[in-house]
Design a protein. Structure first.
Length: 120
């Protein structure tokens, strides 16, 4: 496997884990329960779908899976922005900002990956 691919696999894995750790400190109530559930699913789905893309059966299949990765990144970014907007006191603002920036960075990377694959 390409070293850049391995590095990106680790990066999306870390992103999912970091988001889950952030969610662990949120208050338990109906509003946060929705955010926790949605963000936990979307942030960990990024890595799961990128892992699946590594075993794609064709270029078309790879592009499809990367498209799912991009959707999950966008959704994660949305929920992180919601979380930032309601700014809980017990959430590290610097960690939340870092994760927001990481989601933007990952979106750019996977957009490039998808565009290059589509040109082939």
């Amino acid at each position: 496997m390409n070293p850049k691919t391995e590095e990106l696999l680790q990066r999306v894995f870390k992103f999912g884990i970091d988001v889950l750790n952030l969610l662990l400190v949120l208050p338990k109530n109906r509003v946060y329960d929705v955010i926790i559930f949605q963000l936990a699913k979307s942030s960990t789905s990024i890595g799961a779908n990128y892992e699946e893309a590594q075993a794609a059966e064709s270029t078309k299949d790879f592009i499809h899976k990367i498209g799912i990765v991009l959707k999950e990144i966008r959704e994660s970014n949305y929920w992180l922005r919601v979380l930032a907007a309601i700014s809980p006191r017990n959430t590290s603002n610097s960690e939340l900002k870092r994760l927001l920036n990481e989601s933007v960075g990952l979106r750019k990377i996977f957009t490039t990956i998808k565009m290059k694959a589509e040109k082939k």
